[in-house]
Design a protein around this ligand. Structure first.
Ligand code: TAP
Length: 486
């Protein structure tokens, strides 16, 4: 490690992950009925590396006819193979998928970082191991569903349509596919337009695992592809993760139908720091909660509440830490902050920065150098923002933190709950009693105490209010893919 030249200039030698063994095809077709097939309309779109703006591949755009083919393939696999297979046999396939993800972990991590812009440290240490863990966990449940729900009859739903966003492309695919398969359903999955590659790699892995044809189908495309899937008449359940706006549209279009629905939507999490917390750890937790992964996290701690007595010290320490964050090549193992996922998302973030400045709040950005090509946003802190401001109300989905102070517990509970969202929250304090008091009063699906952004397949995840309904992970997640009677 090279020596720091001055306090805010860490000069680490580059440590790029090698990409020699990673193969990205020039063109990807749709994965339907166990093989790659060209789209009916022969239309393809580009997927781009957001760190370099280089085109990585041409990816098939599925139209209505392709969606129909995929649903038919899933229905046939459900009726003839998957629903009839003894659960213990299903479990073996899911277990095999988990093992294959582990075997190809480096390849998946690199492609995830190239296609989505997230730091390799994040995709290598979080996304890929957690994706494998979800398949392992659900492989274990496949033949034990009667024990999971004692004294009840459980049965699969049928064909499930799943639509996922761009911030955790592989992990979201695993969150959705693993429980669906374990419960005996077949799947049609639509990845996000800007990050289709790891889902397509997963399709290759399903072939290697010998998964019966049509059990999982992967159809790439834009919003209209997702819409066609939602509106298809032979879908038994839709599982959607994405923005609240699109979630509401999906709910409207399923109104009056018996299609089951779960929605995992946006968030505006409160990260609450009390004066009795371990301040350095709390600063690190705040940085982890909003800056790592470019703030592209639905449960990002994007609203910071600091007890007034320590606010000056906290801001000083936070700014110091921000100045040492390393922004740049997502494939470099030292990188803390990678590329913003797309130009469109960068423009959205930019418009929020302008709104914050226009409202007159003090904006602090680290002075880290930004590469010339690609989409980048420096870590940003707005201090002493008002409750009613746009930047403290709306989901920015970028490395932008909006900070307020508080004096009493009741005040911070009121402020933290003053949002249409309710996905997650964080509490930093030395006092267990304060943690218990807050966790019962904060209206959020997950409340982390003295940590942030921790996930586990055994633990249900999901939101309140406009953050959606239904849970993923744990027993709650299984129940979302089952008919449970009795
Ligand atoms: P969206 O724009 O909502 O897109 C999500 C997915 O829906 C994409 O695959 C998208 O396709 C597709 N889609 C777009 N319009 C559709 C329509 N009319 N019908 C059906 N599908 C449609 O969200 P995003 O910008 O990709 O992701 C960011 C959002 O996801 C944030 O709000 C974030 O909070 C949320 N998120 C939530 C969670 C959980 S667990 N609650 C986890 C991750 C992300 P295209 O990509 O082709 O547009």
């Amino acid at each position: 490690m090279a020596k720091a030249k001055k306090d805010n200039d860490w000069n680490l030698a580059p440590a790029p992950e090698s990409t020699g063994h990673v193969k990205i095809d020039k063109k990807y077709d749709l994965f339907i009925g166990g093989k790659f097939v060209p789209p009916t309309a022969k239309k393809y779109f580009e997927t781009v590396n957001p760190a370099t703006e280089k085109i990585l591949s041409q990816v098939a755009e599925a139209g209505q006819k392709d969606v129909d083919k995929a649903v038919k393939a899933a229905r046939k696999a459900y009726d003839t193979v998957w629903s009839k297979m003894p659960p213990v046999e299903r479990s073996k396939y899911i277990f095999r998928i988990a093992r294959l993800i582990q075997e190809r972990a480096r390849e998946f991590a690199i492609i995830e970082s190239i296609d989505g812009g997230k730091p390799i440290r994040e995709s290598r240490d979080v996304d890929v191991p957690l994706a494998a863990a979800h398949f392992f966990y659900h492989a274990g449940w496949a033949d034990k569903l009667n024990y999971a729900f004692p004294n009840a009859e459980v049965s699969s739903l049928g064909v499930v349509g799943q639509i996922i966003p761009w911030n955790f492309p592989l992990l979201m695919a695993a969150w959705k596919i693993a429980p669906a398969l374990a419960c005996g359903n077949t799947v049609v999955l639509k990845p996000a337009e800007t990050t289709p590659l790891t889902a397509l790699k997963l399709a290759e892995l399903f072939m290697d695992a010998g998964l019966p044809d049509g059990v999982v189908n992967i159809i790439t495309g834009a919003g209209s592809t997702g819409q066609a899937l939602v509106e298809h008449s032979d879908i038994d359940k839709i599982a959607f993760t994405g923005s609240t706006q699109v979630g509401k549209m999906i709910k409207r279009s399923l109104a009056g139908k018996s299609t089951r629905l779960t929605l995992e939507l946006g968030g505006k999490a409160a990260n609450i720091i009390f004066e009795d917390s371990a301040i350095d750890q709390a600063v690190e937790g705040v940085v982890n909660g909003i800056y790592f992964n470019q703030g592209h996290v639905c449960c990002a701690g994007s609203r910071l509440f600091v007890e007034e007595s320590i606010s000056s010290e906290f801001i000083r320490k936070l700014k110091h830490r921000m100045d040492h964050l390393i922004l740049g090549d997502p494939l470099d193992k030292n990188t803390d902050i990678g590329a913003i996922n797309s130009e469109g998302q960068l423009n959205t973030i930019q418009s929020y920065l302008e709104a914050g400045e226009k409202d007159g709040f003090e904006m602090y950005q680290s002075n880290v150098a930004v590469p010339k090509k690609g989409f980048w946003c420096r870590p940003t802190l707005f201090t002493h923002v008002s409750q009613s401001s746009v930047i403290s109300k709306e989901e920015i989905f970028g490395p932008v933190l909006a900070m307020q102070t508080f004096r009493t517990i009741d005040e911070v509970i009121d402020k933290a709950n003053n949002t249409p969202y309710g996905l997650s929250a964080g509490v930093w304090t030395d006092k267990g009693s304060k943690i218990f008091n807050l966790t019962t009063k904060l209206k959020a699906g997950v409340v982390w105490a003295n940590t942030f952004n921790k996930f586990d397949p055994t633990s249900p995840f999901g939101g309140y209010k406009e953050s959606g309904f239904g849970r993923e992970g744990g027993l709650h997640g299984l129940s979302a893919y089952l008919k449970i009677t009795g």
